[in-house]
Design a protein around this ligand. Structure first.
Ligand SMILES: Cc1ncc(COP(=O)(O)O)c(C=O)c1O
Length: 382
């Protein structure tokens, strides 16, 4: 073995050890890490590419279009839109799905402005820049939901006759779900017709929670959304970032282009698209039945409630939004939030009880450490 080969192997071995040690580091972020896709490893010897529209034949033969069709069929069901009225695709993540949704909206309403809440994911700011849409950040309520009164006033002041609403269905920091029924009612009262505004649902994490709970907040197409984006590596779990976006088929024609090079139409953001992640999502949704998903999500919600009770029993003001696995608590010192990788914003920190964070003993250790830290902090933080 020459030296070069030795250092190559050593580097990979070191990285392997690092990954093993840190594989469950992520209690502050919503990625699930309890997946097993080992039966799909064999497909990594092929250069699979899903460029173009999975609904048509492509000249690039090594694609997973058939699997992508199954994935979309599944998501049209759980997001409540008839399959024949929908189109969507497997994206490279939640951000691409958001970009796709707002791109469709901008093509539909080129003069409309974009409205999002102060709790929206940072991707929306760059999406507004990329698409050159004038955008307004709307304040949120203490729960993290968009303030509908201020939203309505702003739309009225702007005399916007085709507003584009970016609704949080599970906000990044607080797990808040914007009230899409309230938003629609207010816009109708302003005199807008339902066909004259657009609602994109950013459901990066909760898009794979709400379909499986008994009393979900409104988030579906039947309840008024026009498109929805969900991340694949969050609640579902995937070793490679990915996502799913679903929109109304009749809005797609504005962006669809015939491409001679691939002998297909293209209506996606990227050119080459990842065909392997399609297999991963396909496995996840077929391997687990609807009831398995319900159970999995219920366990995560129970762990979130366990964490809240643990904080509360020590007099710490921890809380979560309905149907959310995001446990919010007062921001501890930097030493502690860095130690556990908690996400922090303003006065809050959060932990997220995704499915691999299923050990009460481990949670107890983390929470006790936070409690101790907060008890040593000034009282007004509690
Ligand atoms: C609410 C929300 N939207 C969008 C995103 C972006 O998703 P992705 O990282 O898959 O691009 C996130 C990521 O944390 C998120 O929390």
């Amino acid at each position: 073995m020459n030296n070069q080969h030795f250092s190559y192997k050593k580097k990979l071995d070191e990285f392997w050890d690092f990954c093993i040690k840190n594989q469950y580091f992520n209690i502050g972020y919503p990625e699930s890490a309890d997946f097993d896709y080992s039966d799909l490893y064999r497909f990594f010897q092929f250069s699979i590419n899903n460029c173009g529209n999975w609904d048509e034949r492509s000249n690039y033969l090594l694609n997973t279009f058939k699997f992508e069709k199954d994935v979309l069929t599944y998501f049209t069901k759980i997001f409540q839109i008839p399959y024949e009225k929908a189109w969507g695709y497997v994206t490279h993540g939640g951000t691409e799905g958001n970009l796709f949704g707002i791109y469709l909206a901008r093509e539909l309403f080129p003069n409309g402005y974009l409205y999002y809440s102060e709790e929206s994911h940072y991707s929306i700011v760059k999406i507004a820049k990329l698409l050159r849409i004038k955008a307004f950040q709307i304040p949120s309520l203490p729960t993290g939901e968009i303030n509908i009164d201020i939203l309505t006033q702003t739309i009225k002041q702007q005399q916007d006759i085709s507003p584009i609403i970016f609704a949080n269905i599970g906000s990044t920091m607080l797990g808040a779900v914007d009230n899409i029924i309230g938003i629609q009612n207010q816009l109708l009262q302003l005199g807008l017709k339902r066909d004259n505004f657009y609602i994109h649902a950013d459901a990066a994490l909760s898009g794979m929670i709400l379909p499986f709970v008994d009393n979900p907040q409104p988030f579906t197409f039947t309840q008024g959304i026009d498109s929805i984006s969900v991340s694949g590596h969050k609640m579902i779990g995937s070793p490679i970032p990915c996502g799913i976006v679903v929109a109304k088929k009749n809005n797609i024609s504005t962006i669809s282009e015939v491409v001679e090079y691939i002998a297909s139409t293209d209506q996606t953001i990227s050119g080459s698209r990842n065909g392997h992640t399609v297999l991963l999502i396909w496995k996840a949704i077929h391997h687990y039945s609807f009831n398995d998903w319900k159970k999995r999500i219920n366990s995560c919600l129970e762990m979130a409630e366990y964490a809240i009770n643990k904080f509360k029993s020590a007099g710490i003001n921890a809380w979560r939004n309905t149907n959310s696995i995001t446990v919010v608590f007062p921001k501890p010192t930097e030493k502690i939030w860095k130690k556990y990788g908690f996400a922090v914003s303003k006065q809050w920190a959060h932990l997220i009880t995704t499915s691999h964070h299923n050990s009460k003993e481990r949670l107890d250790i983390i929470i006790n450490d936070v409690i101790q830290d907060l008890k040593n902090s000034p009282k007004e933080l509690l």
